[in-house]
Design a protein around this ligand. Structure first.
Ligand code: MTE
Ligand code: MO
Length: 201
C-alpha cells in the first residue's frame, strides 16, 4: 500500500484523514466494469418510484444554480484524496425541481453501465452533496464519472455514483451493487463503516 502511490498523512492533515486511510498522491480511478461514454446531448436523468416521474436533460441541469466545491474523498479501499476541486449543482437545489412523496425514506442511485448504490434520504439531502460536471477546472473526465456524477463527501466514495442517470425513491431501504456484495449499507468513514455485519465480515 505504501510508497509510490500512497503516503501516511502529515501530522497537520491527520485530523482530516479517517482511520485506516492513506493519502493518494494522484486521483485514483475506481470503477467496477467498463467506463461508459455518454455525450451531454444524450445524457438524461430520470426520477421515479416514490416521487413524481420526470426526466431531465443536460440543459435542464445547466439551468440550475452552479457552485464550486472543495471536498475530501475517501475510498473504502483505503485511499483518501483531500481538497478535490469540483463544480456542480447542489442536491438541495436540484430537489426544488422534483416532487417526492412523504413515504420516501431511501434512494437507489442509478447509473449508465448498471452500477447502483443506495443512500438514505437523510444522507442524500445534506447541504454539501452535489452533482459534479467539472473536476479541477476541466469537464469531468469519463473515467471519473463524466459527464455527470454524484458526490457525497461525508460517506465512502462508493456512494458517489459516476455516470449517474437516475434516482429511484423508495419507501424502504434496498441494497445497491456493493451493498449486496458485503459493503456497509451506510458507509461513514469516520466510523469505519466498511463492511456489512450481515456477512459476518
Ligand atoms: N457508476 C459507478 N460509480 C462509481 C463506481 C463504479 O464502479 N461505477 N465506483 C465507486 C467507487 S468504489 C469509488 S471509490 C468512486 C471512485 O471515483 P473515482 O474513480 O472518480 O476516483 O466512484 C464510485 N462510483
Ligand atoms: Mo471505492
Amino acid at each position: 500500500m505504501m510508497g509510490k502511490f500512497f503516503q501516511k498523512p502529515d501530522a497537520e492533515l491527520d485530523d482530516r484523514v479517517p482511520p485506516g486511510q492513506y493519502l493518494a498522491k494522484g486521483f485514483p480511478v475506481l470503477t467496477y466494469g467498463d467506463t461508459p461514454t455518454i455525450s451531454t446531448e444524450e445524457w438524461q436523468f430520470k426520477v421515479w418510484g416514490r416521487a413524481k416521474e420526470v426526466t431531465f436533460s443536460w440543459a435542464d441541469f445547466m439551468a440550475m444554480p452552479k457552485h464550486d466545491f472543495t471536498i475530501d474523498f475517501h475510498c473504502v479501499t483505503r485511499w483518501s484524496k483531500l481538497d478535490v476541486r469540483w463544480r456542480g449543482i447542489k442536491v438541495t437545489d436540484f430537489m426544488k425541481s422534483i416532487e417526492v412523496e412523504p413515504e420516501a425514506v431511501h434512494i437507489m442511485e442509478h447509473c449508465y453501465g448498471g452500477y447502483t448504490t443506495n443512500i438514505s434520504l437523510e444522507d442524500f439531502l445534506r447541504e454539501e452533496n452535489f452533482f459534479a460536471y467539472r473536476l479541477s477546472d476541466n469537464p469531468l473526465p469519463p473515467e471519473h464519472g463524466g459527464p455527470m456524477r454524484l458526490v457525497v463527501p461525508h460517506l465512502y466514495a462508493w456512494k458517489s455514483a459516476k455516470w449517474i442517470n437516475g434516482l429511484e425513491f423508495l419507501d424502504e431501504e434496498q441494497l445497491g451493487f456493493w451493498e449486496r456484495n458485503g459493503y456497509h449499507t451506510r458507509g461513514e468513514p469516520w466510523a469505519e463503516e466498511r463492511y456489512s455485519d450481515r456477512f459476518g465480515l
